[in-house]
Design a protein. Structure first.
Lengths: 1066, 562
């Protein structure tokens, strides 16, 4: 034993670091520095010190025999010795040659999302996530924008086991398996890495063309046993709504629409009006004078026989104000509540380690009758044998999830309701039953409250077993054999009750119960041999391996009709007295691969890497079953060159270039074959959006026919051609060139990464639209279409000099993408906007196509002087005669990239962290610039009767003879804009959203509570605090994601959420 | 090992080679028939062509939730918005070809099978089955022809991969009609007089359909769709065919007009050939008629969606004079028929009470169900009238509700005997044998006012719901006069059976009729403000732009759409 003492300081400022940890490696012995940064410790000779401090690079240093003083300075900044998992192997982050993003788990650990993916939106350049507040919902992720016309989902690898979060069903369409990664407890995650470019991802070959997200769960910590407890409670509220008309406003709008058209407003069905024409105010739209509204008369009853009074009617038993009606936002929303409890235990010693965790998550959503509950257990452990030459371990998670989801009953989901169910309709009739649409003047949309109530017992639950068993064997120095067997098993049960009801003219007379069970099993088995060796300054790192994947999917469903009671308990298949039916099937695919990788570096200055993967897939025919995906990358760490190595400014500088190919096999399991199928009758022919096939000639059209005119009973039936063979079907291939630069300045106080890429996706797997005359069986998977994607990403991070008690860091990331369809077969042109003269080729996949407008016709003279335009009248939008033929028709449309193509020019995220004494504060926001959206202006601004549904208050500000400055054309029931206008329909989509702010307090190390807790932190966090937009019109909710903003209704809001929690260690 | 590991065996499907036994071939024949019933409520309304035959005519408005609801149908209703990219027209096209492809698939299998083995196992000849299939194909091609004029003709001899190379102008207009006529001539030759299965066409059905084809073919159009001459020989052939059918006594008029529009009497004596519909048949929702799934009113027991609403013009057309004869030229002026007060205030043809829901009248023959303002969805746009012929009462066993939507399991008549008789009268008038046409027209009119028909439309107190007065013609006057009488009679008898627009085009009077209609109707309903029929274009839908694009320009667009 010898005594060792010294001072730990900040490398740049020389300031002492207070409370830095000094541990003897492999033991539980250690100490912390005092207020002067000093420490004293008794050590054994040859001991290794581990010196760490939050926000600084941890250092390991060996104590020399007899040494008594050891001073050390730590560097702040990004930890460039960080180890990154990059595909069957790990690498030092500083050696990376491709575009790999590492998510900082610390930043997102306080976020009350059950799904880690929802938390990473805006945190990393190049990764885009759909956000939703729907409890338990998955998240769709896009890496580097849209690069294929096929499925754009990345491949997920959790602990070496690939996951297909979106499966293909027998028809080749993708659907979410088990709500994305909602099952994975974020607290169990140690790291998340995103392999963005093809060179990084190509080791995963056939499914990597949309990027790879690698998630590693927590390994046992070194040292003695530690128990951690995380508790968090959150409240949520729906913080902003689209402004919709109340009862009086709707009455005004309907009157205005009718008089604008010159029709009788008293025939509109609901309200009656006292009004007059006043020619002294001008000619008006119809040339007969300006209409003036004097009084709105509300009906006494909407349906007296049904005891349905207008909401808020003075005689109603429910009270309220008739001018207001029912506020359906209030009716469908509730205060959400989220609770999360994590407890984990970890310990490791010389022979192995264990990490056990348990998690309980419970969320009551902000929309009534929505909830999610998750209970999860995890056990990660390893053991070492034969002088540590063999390590055997496993990672196992067992999770049960239960989701009460919004039923999309008739008229859509509940949160679409305020747009659809008029405010004049009360929730209940005077005698206490749920109301329904009474008839003329109302749409066929159902009462949202009734819908939620009727579906309160519907749920989807699943049990997921996910994990792997692995063994690493050190055969020779540097030579390691690894084997890994992984399982992803999911058993999903859904229960769907369809109760009888009669509300207004909506009714269902037969109660129905459907139970569906789906099982997904994916087994992966991979074996690798890795060899590391050095020859002088040459470092070699060689890996070869094989991988086999087998995926099976099974589903069965049973439906029974007619139930004597309609209680949740009575709804059992066996209790039904009526007709029963069932359905089911199974499918699957397999993959087999060989791969190899050679890493080389010379003197840490010159780096090179070569990858080759050969994949075989059961989805492709014998002709093209195998494909090879190569990659090569080169790097030069300039900062290690003699001329820079002592430079004070540049602490790190690396340039790199990477080229690689990846594939996509996203197609139906039976895509190469010609097939016939017995259909009998489709599941749902009436409601096409319920899975039926009214919209295209589909593989679900009936083959049964009552040829004998018996009217009922089982019908004779035949077979339907569903698919044409394509034995030449092959992989979709992406080829990407990535140029990157990593830099660190001022001893890495400032670090950054810049990437530029060019990606060409070819032979895209698609189903072209066949010529109509082909008829049935026209579905055929082909390799056609090319998309070119270019873009850049920039990440910057600044960590301040730590002055005494104060620390400051700020990070920002920027990403920009541009995709262009460079080739597309004619069969698919009409799947995109266009006309007889123009098509999508050369445009972004979601480019806007439309007319130009230049304002509103102010008077009859302007109408007369204008080119011939159907629907031209005073108050209507004036369309531009682009081709100058004096007629506004389909040929006056254009693509105009300068007006936006649905994709932002730049997306960015900013996060700031402040540390003061024991307090920490983080703030995070994200936004987009150069972005255009096309919200539903028809509902929100234009149509007055609009199917008997509600609309936006903006309609009140539409053009009228007395409001001629409005940009909104005169509302109408029979006159609508001639077409989609790039001026009127498109709105500025720029935004900045404050996503999160957290303030935490860590109990001082010197506190007396340290006897109980090894650490204790309390925090308060707020999410979705607000946002800034710069536009007119509806849907000003950028926080819900980049895709859904172009819709209206049916959006589950991302709520304002306030959380209080603590992390404690024992 | 890896090759075996990567082998994939599909599940729950069969290959073409599994479908070559007589039993499997019969199943493929059934599948071909099944496509007749695969019409649906959005766009592929080929079982009942209301969106194409009624709302494009002076008989009806689109209806529904406003002009934006099923906008493609608004586009075709006002004509000025006619567009090669019409969404519904393209889907309808695709679905009909799905039916044709099933026919061709079945025919290839029938032709490949040993005829003796087939006859032994199935009990009918290969020739008969082939004739049935050609009948179906003729039916599908007929619909495409009246909608688009120049469809693509694909028979069983065309390999599937060659289909994309066939132009829509291989056959001229007249050759196309001849092709379709030949499909039915095969039926006249090879179909039996009686079929055990009522869903299969008989020899008489083939004769009637052939007569129908000839009634179109005989009105010869020029390249701009204008009728330039009439082929007397073909009209004579139609007359002869119908006379032959009459001689078999297989069909007659129902005593009660209403029986054509009630499930209890479906496929009765007046039905020549119909698409079969069923319910409680093991399918989730019944194989009902979904092509009229949007045309229900919003009255009690009904719901969505109030499409296909009768025009004011049509309601006025049922006015009669003191002799019970239609007012012809000036029916549209004067009293506007809106309600039971109006039908009681003037002489009326009672067929209006079978056709149009009017305020205060019993709805669908139920004296206790009085039609009121709540039946139509957006009366501020489309008025208060609803169609009734395609409806059933909610109490009917053939009626099925799915939340807001409905289907009706009543078979969908494609040809009924009254129409066949009117073709004969029409052909005779054009052949200037006006005297022979007179009794036919009067026969139709007699049934309209028959006691059986009238008793069906009484109010709850047993009183007539209108001043019903239908008289017979004593003579039809000049050929031109007779023509006007026949055309009016056809309109009144067959209104809301989705024929009207096609008749106007066939007769060459679409432009004059519709533009006059628009000029008058525009003052009653705002949605027709911009309606205008352009002769030389609007007689037919465009060839769907999607099809032209996919054909890489091989298909030729119809005039006026380029």
């Amino acid at each position: 034993q010898q005594n060792l003492s010294g001072t730990i300081t900040d490398a740049e400022s020389g300031d002492p670091l207070i409370g830095a940890s000094i541990m003897l490696e492999g033991t539980t012995t250690g100490t912390v520095t005092d207020f002067e940064g000093k420490y004293m410790l008794s050590v054994t000779p040859d001991a290794t010190l581990v010196v760490s401090y939050t926000g600084y690079t941890t250092q390991r240093i060996k104590v020399e025999a007899g040494q008594s003083v050891l001073n050390l300075s730590l560097s702040s900044g990004v930890n460039f010795d960080e180890i990154v998992v990059t595909g069957y192997a790990t690498e030092r982050k500083k050696d990376l040659l491709g575009a790999v993003a590492v998510i900082n788990m610390e930043e997102i650990q306080d976020v009350a999302n059950p799904n880690v993916l929802q938390s990473i939106q805006g945190r990393t350049a190049g990764v885009n996530v759909d956000l939703s507040g729907d409890p338990g919902q998955g998240a769709r992720v896009q890496v580097r924008g849209t690069s294929t016309l096929n499925n754009n989902n990345p491949l997920y690898i959790v602990d070496g086991v690939p996951i297909e979060p979106f499966n293909t069903d027998a028809l080749g369409t993708g659907y979410a398996q088990n709500w994305g990664l909602s099952w994975l407890n974020p607290n169990d995650i140690e790291s998340v890495q995103v392999l963005k470019d093809a060179a990084s991802a190509s080791i995963y070959g056939s499914r990597a063309s949309n990027g790879v997200i690698i998630i590693t769960t927590r390994r046992p910590n070194s040292g003695k046993g530690k128990i951690s407890l995380n508790v968090r409670s959150s409240v949520e509220s729906w913080n902003r709504f689209d402004q919709l008309t109340n009862n009086e406003e709707r009455a005004r709008v309907e009157w205005q629409g009718a008089v604008n058209d010159g029709s009788d407003p008293n025939a509109t069905g609901v309200y009656t009006y006292e009004w007059r024409l006043d020619p002294s105010l001008g000619p008006g739209i119809q040339g007969t004078g300006v209409p003036v509204l004097e009084r709105i008369i509300y009906p006494e009853w909407l349906d007296e026989a049904d005891q349905l009074r207008p909401s808020g009617h003075p005689n109603s038993v429910y009270g309220g104000r008739i001018e207001e009606g029912t506020n359906y936002w209030d009716e469908i929303s509730q205060t959400g509540l989220v609770q999360n409890y994590d407890i984990s235990f970890t310990e490791s010693g010389e022979r192995g380690g264990v990490m056990f965790s348990a998690n309980y998550f419970n969320q009551k959503g902000v929309v009534i009758e929505t909830a999610y509950e998750r209970i999860g257990l995890r056990l990660n452990s390893y053991h070492k044998f034969f002088n540590d030459r063999i390590t055997i371990g496993e990672n196992l998670a067992v999770v049960r999830g239960d989701r009460q989801l919004l039923d999309s009953g008739f008229g859509g989901t509940a949160e679409a309701a305020p747009y659809r169910y008029k405010t004049i309709l009360p929730v209940r009739t005077e005698d206490g039953r749920f109301s329904g649409p009474p008839g003329g003047g109302f749409s066929d949309r159902d009462n949202p409250i009734a819908l939620a109530f009727d579906n309160r017992d519907d749920n989807v639950d699943n049990i997921k077993i996910f994990g792997n068993v692995y063994a690493n064997v050190d055969l020779l120095p540097g030579l390691t054999f690894s084997t890994n067997l992984g399982v992803d098993y999911d058993n999903i049960n859904s229960r769907d009750i369809f109760r009888t009801y009669s509300r207004g003219f909506l009714a269902n007379n037969i109660a129905e119960l459907t139970l569906t069970q789906s099982q997904f099993a994916s087994i992966v088995f991979n074996n690798t041999l890795a060899y590391k060796f050095d020859v002088g300054k040459n470092n070699f790192n060689i890996l070869v391996g094989t991988e086999a994947i087998e995926n099976t999917q099974r589903f069965s469903s049973a439906t029974a009709r007619e139930f004597a009671l309609e209680t949740n308990e009575y709804f059992q298949l066996g209790a039904a007295s009526g007709e029963r039916s069932n359905n089911g099937g199974e499918t699957g695919f397999s993959l087999f691969s060989y791969f190899g990788k050679v890493g080389y570096s010379f003197d840490d200055r010159y780096l090179a890497s070569f990858t080759l993967r050969r994949d075989g897939s059961s989805r492709f025919g014998a002709n093209n079953r195998f494909a090879v995906f190569p990659a090569a990358s080169l790097g030069w760490r300039i900062s290690q060159e003699p001329f820079l190595v002592n430079n004070n400014l540049i602490s790190d500088l690396k340039v790199r270039v990477a080229y690689g190919q990846t594939g996509n096999q996203f197609t139906a399991n039976d895509a190469t074959l010609a097939l016939y199928r017995a259909v009998y009758a489709p599941q749902n022919v009436v409601l096409p959006w319920g899975g039926g096939c009214a919209e295209t000639v589909c593989n679900d059209a009936a083959t049964a026919y009552d040829i004998g005119n018996n009217d009922s009973g089982i019908l004779p039936s035949g077979f339907l051609a569903i698919q044409t063979a394509n034995p030449d079907l092959k992989w979709e291939t992406s080829t990407e060139l990535n140029f990157g630069m990593d830099f660190g300045l001022k001893n890495d106080a400032i670090t950054g990464t810049f990437e530029v890429f060019n990606k060409m996706t070819e032979d895209i797997l698609i189903i072209p639209t066949a010529i109509g005359a082909f008829g049935d069986g026209a579905r055929r998977f082909v390799n056609a279409a090319d998309v070119k994607t270019t873009g850049w990403e920039l990440t910057l991070q600044y960590n301040s000099l730590v002055k005494k008690n104060f620390g400051f860091s700020v990070g920002a990331n920027f990403g920009s993408y541009r995709a262009i369809i460079t080739d597309l077969p004619e069969d698919l042109w009409t799947s995109y906007p266009g006309n007889q003269e123009q098509n999508i080729i050369g445009q972004a996949p979601n480019a806007f196509f439309g007319y130009r407008t230049d304002g509103i016709f102010q008077n009859a003279e302007e109408v007369a002087a204008h080119a011939s335009q159907t629907g031209a009248r005073v108050g209507a939008l004036r369309f531009v005669d682009l081709n100058g033929d004096n007629v506004i028709d389909a040929l006056d449309q254009e693509y105009d990239d300068s007006r936006g193509n649905g994709v932002a020019d730049v997306q960015f995220g900013v996060n700031v962290r402040l540390d003061y004494k024991n307090f920490d504060l983080t703030v995070f926001g994200w936004g987009a610039l150069g972005r255009t959206v096309a919200p539903d202006v028809f509902r929100m601004e234009l149509g007055s009767l609009n199917n008997g549904e509600n609309g936006g208050v903006a309609q009140l500000g539409a053009w009228s003879p007395t409001n001629t400055d409005s940009y909104i054309p005169a509302i109408s029931n029979s006159n609508q804009p001639f077409g989609f206008s790039l001026d009127y329909n498109l709105r500025n989509g720029n935004f900045f959203a404050f996503r999160q702010a957290t303030i935490g307090y860590t109990l001082p190390a010197v506190s007396g509570l340290r006897n109980v807790f090894s650490n204790l932190r309390i925090y308060l966090s707020a999410e979705n605090l607000g946002w800034i937009v710069d536009r007119n019109g509806p849907n000003q909710f950028p926080h819900v994601g980049w895709r859904v903003e172009n819709n209206v209704g049916g959006l589950y809001p991302k709520p304002l959420r306030i959380s209080l929690g603590f992390n404690a260690g024992f | 090992c890896s090759e075996e590991f990567l082998e994939f065996t599909p599940t729950g499907v069969v290959s073409s080679g599994d479908l070559e036994t007589p039993a499997a071939v019969e199943a493929m024949v059934v599948a071909a028939y099944a496509s007749l019933g695969n019409d649906g409520l959005l766009a592929h309304q080929y079982g009942d062509l209301w969106a194409w035959g009624t709302t494009r005519s002076d008989d009806g408005y689109k209806g529904g939730g406003g002009i934006g609801d099923q906008f493609p149908t608004h586009q075709t209703e006002v004509f000025t918005l006619n567009d090669p990219n019409n969404f519904n027209a393209n889907l309808n096209w695709r679905w009909i070809y799905a039916g044709i492809s099933r026919v061709n698939d079945a025919m290839r299998r029938i032709k490949a099978i040993d005829p003796a083995a087939y006859q032994a196992e199935v009990g009918v000849s290969v020739d008969q089955r082939l004739a049935e299939m050609r009948f179906l194909r003729g039916h599908y091609q007929f619909i495409l022809k009246i909608l688009h004029k120049y469809p693509v003709f694909v028979d069983e001899n065309v390999p599937k991969e060659e289909i994309i190379n066939i132009s829509n102008r291989v056959l001229s207009d007249q050759e196309g009609w001849a092709y379709i006529a030949d499909e039915f001539r095969a039926g006249v030759t090879s179909l039996p007089d009686v079929q055990a299965d009522e869903g299969r066409p008989t020899k008489n059905a083939a004769r009637a359909y052939l007569a129908k084809v000839l009634m179109y073919k005989a009105y010869i159009q020029d390249d701009n769709h204008q009728v330039i001459s009439i082929n007397a020989a073909e009209l004579q052939e139609a007359v002869d065919l119908i006379t032959t059918i009459e001689g078999t006594n297989e069909y007659a008029l129902h005593d009660d007009y209403a029986k054509n529009f009630l499930w209890e009497f479906e496929s009765g004596i007046e039905s020549v050939w119909a698409v079969m519909r069923s319910i409680n048949d093991g399918s989730n929702q019944g194989r009902g008629n979904f092509s009229t799934g949007l045309t229900s009113s919003l009255g009690p027991g009904y719901g969505c969606c109030s499409f296909n609403q009768p025009s004011q013009n049509l309601a006025n057309a049922y006015k009669t004079d003191e002799n019970g004869l239609p007012l012809h030229g000036d029916f549209n002026a004067g009293l506007q028929i809106q309600s039971i007060e109006d039908t009681r205030a003037t002489n009326m043809d009672p067929r209006i009470a079978h056709t149009i829901g009017l305020i205060g009248m019993p709805f669908k023959y139920d004296p206790n169900r009085i039609y009121d303002e709540s039946y139509s969805r957006v009366p501020g746009v489309y008025g208060f009238k609803m169609g009734m012929k395609d409806q059933e009462l909610p109490s009917s066993p053939a009626f099925r509700q799915y939340e807001a939507f409905f289907s009706i399991a009543r078979n969908t008549d494609q040809i009924r005997w009254a129409e066949v008789l009117l073709w004969k009268a029409e052909a005779l008038i054009e052949l200037n044998r006006i005297g022979e046409a007179l009794p036919i027209i009067n026969q139709i009119r007699r049934r309209a006012i028959s006691n059986a028909s009238l008793s069906r439309i009484m109010d709850a107190g047993g009183n007539p719901t209108g001043n019903w007065n239908v008289g017979e013609y004593t003579d039809l006057g000049s050929q031109d006069n007779a023509r006007q009488i026949l055309r009016m009679e056809r309109r009144l008898e067959l209104a809301f059976e989705s024929k009207r627009f096609f008749d106007l085009v066939r007769w060459g009077i679409a432009e004059e009729t519709l533009n006059q209609y628009f000029n008058e109707e525009r003052s009653r309903v705002a949605h027709l403000t911009d309606a205008l029929f352009t002769a030389g274009r609007d007689e037919y839908l465009a060839i769907p732009q999607q099809q032209i694009t996919i054909s890489q320009g091989l298909y030729v667009q119809n005039p006026g759409y380029n």
